[in-house]
Write a protein that binds this ligand. Sequence first.
Ligand SMILES: [Zn+2]
Length: 101
Amino acid sequence: MSVVQPQRRPATCPSWCTLGHGLHAGEDDTVHVSGALMVRRTVLRLCMSTDPSTGEQEGPYVLLGGEEYALHEADALIDALTELVDRAAVPGPGVSPRAGS
Ligand SMILES: [Zn+2]
């Protein structure tokens, strides 16, 4: 089984990165970006960068449109969305679920 590797993939490049490294010199090689997912017109991607002088890693972050979420913030967003969708899925009139019990 053969795996096609992007050109000159840096050692710090995560498995989800889809950038073709080595095409542009400098800072481009310190940034890693995933493929895009779309929700309506909003693009979602993973992004991570490495400071070339210190080697310090920033991210990965979830990019949601123009917003940057740390992974724990993205988790909280998922939980909040799930809770709202679950609440909306409860049928019936606007009565508290505990009412009448
Ligand atoms: Zn990469």
